[in-house]
Design a protein around this ligand. Structure first.
Ligand code: SF4
Length: 705
């Protein structure tokens, strides 16, 4: 029996795993005791990882060979890699010639490795010439990216997991790490047990398992986070808890923000947010006066039409109190996916170029054009996720190449997404799993290697780059994602009578190209080698002379003048409001034991023990008011569509709130569009992240025949 160290493919905690195998079959997984994210621990999903690679799963649930569908609705049939690559390259070239490169969109995933991201980015921008490449990470952390850049000058979480242990006060806002980042939650629990007087504040419309642990739960109305932060800042200023020396030395813009929050008295903020004013004062005191305060935040802030404003309003609290740049003091955005960070670093998104560059910035563009030796790179931002599918639904995008994600389940406003997939002339799906909703729309299905079968790197929430290693060969004829991309890119380049622009022949070679793109940037890793990653383990960027655990310790930030910015943004209501017709505020969230669209975690029967079926959760008082009973089938109806689900009465959901787990696709909810039939595509103007956390819905009884 052999052992191979790798990284868990589920969440952004990025736990190290030891894969037990015989070179042909994975037989077990245990936590890597040497990995600094988890020190040997794994959550339920990680512990059961080997069950996603059993012979039965590999045989029946994996996509094993390239397939082609002669016409939509038909069963796909197998073809060789050579045939698939040639046909796809020819069709992309034909669409490019007829409609221009902008008619091709590429939609990828935070599950991909950094090297895959780098290959896709070159395929899109350098080979095809389209700016339209975006990632499903747009749905989970783009507001955090823009928030960091606006306030601190760079997209860089300024702290490390060890700051969870160092903090005296932790403010969790719009996150439920007990379920979504379980190993970090275990670290938080242990830190509280070891530190008498530790304070935990949780801001969440639901009473989650994380909120159960809190000293103070601010159960705000959905979408009112900015109002709460403004009220907290008002209280901090009123009490004289600001760090005036830090504000004067290291920041700009506080005077304008003070004017804005003058009107946000704690009484007013408490009323808007639906919390007790005394609780707001207490939260302000704990956060401002604790020796070190850390905030942890995730989708509750990000998935919002004012997601960037929510991020910057929280960062304002850190800047006003000087709770940043010290052990245990920082605003810490938790990433959802295992390599959302790597996607940001390698620029595989419509608003980014490699090395945290901006495609619309002339100097950034020129640097990348020189680095890649390509003078015709698109010099503008492309369509982000929602925009890309809307453009396809309008017929502007003719071909979509989708990799390692399932937009026919995970994107909001499914009616538009399905219309886009139906209208496209060409849909290519590069995927490890055979039975996703998106697979039904694909003209070509390309089998991708996945966890346990491929090599590369990922970066977790604390900027730590970890190796991912293959333990067994790819299933069937599956290939590494970067290799699939490279081979088709070579055929496209040949069709355009030029030398290959994507020629790297290994994950390491791609990583070295990526590394070079970071030179001189805030995420510079030019001092880090592949051998160091292999022999000394995971390392945090920036890495020039060595790893960096904490940023801004000298009070200087990544802006041109070294000063952080207070961002003055007013509180904005959600994109749509509840009404007498649609009186409930629906939020979507994660279950403890499932992952995204369940294409991987759904193959493990025991992971359904925690929650076995989709339900809509409603407060018992609301159910009583509507004469609805626990278990009854109800229709959840929004302006865009509806789903029928059993009702679950749950006192942890706030009155007039409703909650559905995000994981359930149409295969679990009958012949419908999954839960995203009801969610909306409205997005934050700055980050383009859609408002998955708020949809106005009605809950109605279903008349059974
Ligand atoms: Fe995997 Fe996240 Fe669980 Fe760690 S906490 S084992 S990375 S799912």
């Amino acid at each position: 029996m052999r052992e191979t160290k790798s990284t868990c493919p589920y969440c952004g905690v990025g736990c190290g795993v030891v894969i037990e195998h015989d070179g042909a079959q994975i037989t077990g997984v245990r936590g890597d005791p040497d990995h600094p994210a988890n020190f040997g621990r794994l959550c339920t999903k990680g512990t059961n990882l080997h069950l996603t690679a059993t012979p039965v799963v590999l045989q029946h649930q994996r996509l094993r060979e390239p397939q082609k569908r002669e016409a939509r609705g038909m069963t796909p049939s197998a073809l060789t890699w050579d045939e698939a690559n040639r046909e796809i390259a020819d069709k992309l070239l034909a669409i490019r010639a007829a409609h221009g490169p902008d008619a091709i969109g590429i939609y990828i995933s935070g599950q991909l490795l950094t090297e895959d991201y780098h290959a896709f980015n070159k395929l899109a921008r350098a080979v095809i010439g389209t700016p339209h490449i975006d990632s499903n990470s747009r749905l989970c952390m783009s507001s955090a990216v823009v928030g960091y850049k606006q306030a601190l000058g760079a997209d860089a979480p300024p702290c490390s997991y060890e700051d969870i242990e160092a903090a005296d006060c932790v403010l969790v806002s719009g996150a439920n790490p007990a379920w979504a980042h379980p190993i970090l939650f275990r670290r938080l629990e242990a830190a509280r047990a070891a530190k008498p007087g530790h304070k935990l504040i949780v801001i969440d419309p639901r009473r989650t398992e994380t909120a159960e642990l809190a000293d103070l739960h601010l159960q705000i109305r959905p979408g009112t986070d900015v109002a709460l932060c403004h009220g907290l800042l008002h209280a901090i200023i009123w009490q004289g808890w600001t760090n005036d020396a830090f504000i004067a030395r290291s920041t700009d813009g506080f005077a304008a923000l003070k004017v804005l929050v003058r009107d946000w008295t704690p009484a007013r903020a408490a009323e808007v947010c639906g919390v007790k004013e005394a609780d707001l004062w207490l939260a302000a005191e704990w956060f401002a006066t604790s020796p070190a305060s850390l905030s942890l935040y995730c989708q509750g802030l990000n998935q919002s039409s004012s997601g960037t404003a929510k991020n910057t309003a929280l960062i304002n609290l850190h800047l006003a109190t000087g709770q940043i740049g010290r052990a245990g003091a920082a605003p810490f955005s938790l990433t959802g996916q295992p390599n959302a960070m790597g996607g940001r670093e390698s620029g595989g998104m419509a608003t980014l170029l490699p090395g945290h560059r901006d495609p619309g910035d002339a100097q950034d563009w020129a640097e990348m054009a020189a680095l890649w030796g390509v003078s015709d790179l698109p010099n503008r931002r492309g369509h982000t996720a929602v925009e890309m599918f809307e453009a396809a639904a309008r017929g502007e995008i003719k071909a979509l190449w989708i990799a390692c994600t399932n937009p026919a389940q995970s994107m909001p406003d499914q009616a538009t997404v399905r219309a886009a997939l139906e209208r496209c002339e060409l849909v290519i799906l590069q995927e490890a799993f055979a039975h996703t909703a998106t697979a039904r729309y694909a003209d070509y299905l390309l089998p991708a290697a996945t966890w346990g079968e491929k090599d590369g790197t990922v970066t977790n929430s604390e900027r730590r780059i970890s190796r991912v290693r293959a333990a067994i060969p790819p299933t069937g004829e599956a290939r590494a994602d970067w290799r699939i991309v490279r081979d088709i890119a070579a055929l496209i380049d040949a069709g355009l009578s030029r030398a290959p622009r994507l020629a790297a022949d290994s994950a390491e070679a791609l990583w070295l190209e990526h590394r070079e793109a970071t030179r001189g940037r805030d995420l510079d890793i030019t001092g880090l080698s592949w051998i160091t990653l292999d022999t000394e383990g995971p390392q945090q960027w920036p890495y020039v002379a060595g790893p960096t655990a904490r940023l801004y310790t000298d009070g200087r930030f990544a802006t041109a003048d070294g000063r952080a910015r207070f961002i003055t943004r007013p509180f904005q209501p959600t994109a749509e409001a509840t009404s007498p017709e649609l009186p409930f505020a629906l939020t979507t969230g994660r279950l403890r034991d499932q992952w995204h669209g369940m294409s991987r975690s759904g193959s493990v029967p025991r992971l359904f023990a925690h929650e076995g079926r989709p339900v809509v959760r409603l407060h018992p008082d609301d159910a009583t008011h509507l004469h609805l009973a626990d278990g009854q089938l109800v229709r959840v109806r929004s302006r865009r569509g509806d789903v029928v689900l059993p009702l679950k009465l749950d006192g942890n959901v706030a009155p007039t709130g409703a909650d559905i787990a995000m994981h359930w696709g149409d295969e679990f909810i009958g012949a419908q569009l999954g839960i995203n039939a009801v969610t909306q595509g409205a997005f934050c103007a700055d980050s383009k992240q859609p408002e998955l956390k708020f949809s106005a819905v009605a809950i109605e009884p279903v008349d059974l025949p």
